[in-house]
Design a protein around this ligand. Structure first.
Ligand code: NAI
Ligand code: MG
Length: 490
């Protein structure tokens, strides 16, 4: 009877998906009480400090330096000295050795880094362990391989390093973004001053220990912590030859304005509002997995997140049904639990932003669905959310939410899908789900997005260039293209 009920009525979902707790131990991580600024291979005592916390528990983790303008100038001077003092002129094969060492040490210490990344940022250990750490190491391995082959990458163009690179990174993939920035810069013979995001400085600070182990010459990599003021000081510093920024479109635009006419090189990797387009001939269950991965991976704190789902009208209902059912099986909670799928929101500020945009979705008339889930009392949490009945004009269809919130829209023809998908100020990524190869190519040519995934989503590889169109920024990271911003050819 129960069997029959299930077939005719509600979907066959087990009543209880409870797993026994499987927490990863924190013992492997040794936190210091306070951290300095890493300048010229030494720890510099900061004049001002702030507390960094675990967003899952709000528990304090350590005191972090807020680097001042003067501190930033010291770091830039150290980077310049290291550049002039040999780093820019040693053979590429020597630079490669350091990068290979860093890559191997990251692999060896992967568990320690993964646990720390989850403690400080709130992302599930499953992701920091299986995505962030392997990809960070892979990035160093990959660019180590280019260090002595730049003449072959750019034949007859005399590639030379730019000088001192100022690099500002966000909090969604702290160590991975550090790797994206530092690996190509060093491979090309530049030195670096990097500023991690204020909420997630700990893996960048632990990385300084990797540099020591790798015996990287002092001053080649300098890490200055602090908030936007420290970032602004780095952008303004006259000793910096190139700025690489990943973060919000607003701050990116400001940096571009500020650097206009200075001759400093600039790359910007900014926000996104990606379309994930599902055609009626696709493998539906596979698409559902891709949609879930596209928007709930890393709590949706992903610039290329598939935050707008375009469902072909003919499959709208079964697709949304399957999606809602799948959502019920997502486990939200302790980032250090190996079974957790969705962790904590990175900060109270980001949580407020998500709540505000979700409220606007309700107000404008969209229909909200959240699976039943018990959120922890302490910390910053938001349940996986799906909005249906969304119009193109709604804020939740236009603005980057940067949280676990999906907006579902529909289309009838491929032309309509293209028109709607491109109707955004952003252009970072897109997804296409169809069994038809010719349609994938047709779509990929028309989508104004730096990356188009076909029958998959959120796939990263160091050999593949990544970057945006329009307000998603310019310049590419990864692959051979990722070398160019760190070279001059004149
Ligand atoms: P943000 O752009 O303020 O922060 C990113 C980095 O820039 C941090 O290291 C920050 O300290 C630094 N920064 C802030 N102001 C600066 C300035 N004036 N000059 C130089 N550096 C500065 O981003 P925020 O406030 O953390 O997040 C706001 C929104 O931005 C998010 O809700 C999300 O929509 C978007 N975002 C997009 C990211 C991406 O990967 N494309 C990453 C982080 C945020
Ligand atoms: Mg900001």
């Amino acid at each position: 009877m129960a069997e029959l009920d299930r077939k005719g009525g509600s979907p066959a979902v087990p009543a209880d998906w409870t797993y026994a707790p499987a927490p990863e131990s924190k013992d492997i991580v040794k936190l210091r009480e306070r951290y300095g600024l890493f300048v010229g291979g030494e720890w510099l005592e900061p004049t001002e400090s702030y507390e960094t916390i675990s967003p899952a528990t709000e528990e304090p983790l350590a005191m972090i330096g807020q680097a001042t303008k003067a501190d930033v100038e010291l770091a830039v001077a150290a980077a310049r000295a290291a550049f002039d003092d040999g780093w820019s002129s040693i053979p590429g094969s020597e630079r490669a050795k350091y990068l290979f060492r860093i890559a191997r040490i990251l692999q060896e210490r992967a568990r320690e880094f993964a646990v720390l990344e989850s403690m400080n940022g709130g992302k599930p250990i499953k992701e920091s362990r299986d995505v962030d750490l392997p990809l960070a190491a892979a990035h160093f391995f990959y660019y180590a391989g280019w260090a002595d082959k730049l003449e072959y990458a750019f034949p007859n163009r005399r590639p030379r390093p730019v000088g001192v690179a100022g690099q500002i990174i966000p909090w969604n993939f702290p160590l991975l973004m550090l790797a994206w920035k530092i690996a190509p810069a060093l491979a090309c013979g530049n030195t670096v001053v990097l500023k991690p995001a204020e909420t997630t400085p700990l893996t960048a600070l632990l990385f300084c220990d990797v540099l020591r182990q790798a015996e990287l010459p002092a001053g080649v990599v300098n890490i200055v912590t602090g908030d936007g003021r420290t970032g602004a000081a780095l952008v303004e510093s006259e000793g910096v030859d190139k700025i690489a920024f990943t973060g919000s479109t607003d701050v990116g635009k400001g940096i571009q304005r500020q650097l206009a006419g200075t001759g400093k090189k600039l790359t910007l990797e900014l926000g996104g509002k990606a379309a994930n387009i599902v055609f009626d001939d696709c493998a539906l269950d596979q698409a559902v997995e891709g949609i879930v991965n596209g928007i709930y991976f890393n709590q949706g704190h992903v610039c290329c997140a598939g935050s707008r789902l375009f469902a072909q009208e003919s499959i709208y209902e079964p697709l949304v049904d399957k999606l809602k059912r799948r959502l019920e099986t997502l486990r939200v909670g302790d980032p250090l639990d190996k079974n957790t799928d969705v962790g904590a929101i990175n900060s109270s500020m980001q949580l407020e932003k998500i709540k505000e945009l979700v409220e606007s979705g309700r107000q404008e008339g969209a229909e909200i669905y959240q699976p039943p889930c018990r959120l922890p009392e302490k910390g910053y949490w938001f349940a996986p959310t799906v909005f249906t009945n969304v119009a193109q004009s709604y804020r939740i269809a236009q603005e980057e939410i940067f949280g676990p919130v999906l907006s579902v829209l529909t289309f009838r023809t491929p032309d309509e899908a293209i028109e709607k998908a491109n109707n955004t100020p952003y252009g970072l990524s897109a997804g296409v789900w169809t069994e038809k190869g010719s349609r994938i190519l047709w779509m990929a040519q028309r989508l104004r997005a730096g990356v188009v995934w076909a029958n998959t989503y959120n796939r990263f590889d160091p050999t593949s260039p990544f970057g945006g169109y329009k307000e998603s920024g310019f310049g590419r990271e990864g692959g051979l293209h990722g070398l160019e911003p760190y070279l001059r050819f004149d």
